[in-house]
Design a protein around this ligand. Structure first.
Ligand code: 5GP
Ligand code: ZN
Length: 124
């Protein structure tokens, strides 16, 4: 059983949600507040607060996570897209359970994607 937090929104969503894609250990959902025509979040079931803690994943899980990101983009019909992670509050992270943003689907696909999905003003 992957490590989970009772009080974590994305742990709950990983257990039960309206998935666009699912595989063992990972789910993908549509972002509730999309910043691009297609905006999907990839969420590992295993809780870590941020990408800083990616070392908690073993080698196999890490590889599967990357493959799942690519599979999800393909599944939602994207060939060109942007993948990003906000790491830390001042970089725009608002949910402290690791997740990957996949953004795309603009005209010609990939063109009209914002350079950031930070919900707070990021000062990097
Ligand atoms: P962050 O700002 O942490 O990088 O990304 C969090 C993302 O989660 C935001 O893009 C926000 O719109 C999305 N989000 C927050 N709460 C929910 C929710 O309850 N359901 C879904 N589908 N997305 C959510
Ligand atoms: Zn969590």
């Amino acid at each position: 059983m992957p490590k989970q937090r009772k009080d974590c929104l994305f742990c709950s969503i990983a257990r039960e949600g309206a998935y666009v894609h699912k595989a063992k250990g990972f789910v993908a959902i549509n972002d509730i507040n999309p910043k691009a025509p297609v905006h999907v979040l990839v969420i590992p079931e295993h809780h870590v607060d941020t990408f800083r803690d990616v070392g908690d994943f073993d080698a196999r899980e890490s590889k599967r996570m990357l493959e799942f990101v690519a599979e999800t983009a393909e599944k939602v019909g994207l060939t060109d897209y942007r993948v990003l992670i906000n790491v830390g509050a001042s970089a725009g992270q608002t949910v402290f359970h690791l997740h990957w943003h996949i953004l795309g689907g603009g005209p010609g696909s990939g063109a009209d994607v914002p350079s950031t999905v930070a919900t707070a003003e990021a000062e990097l």
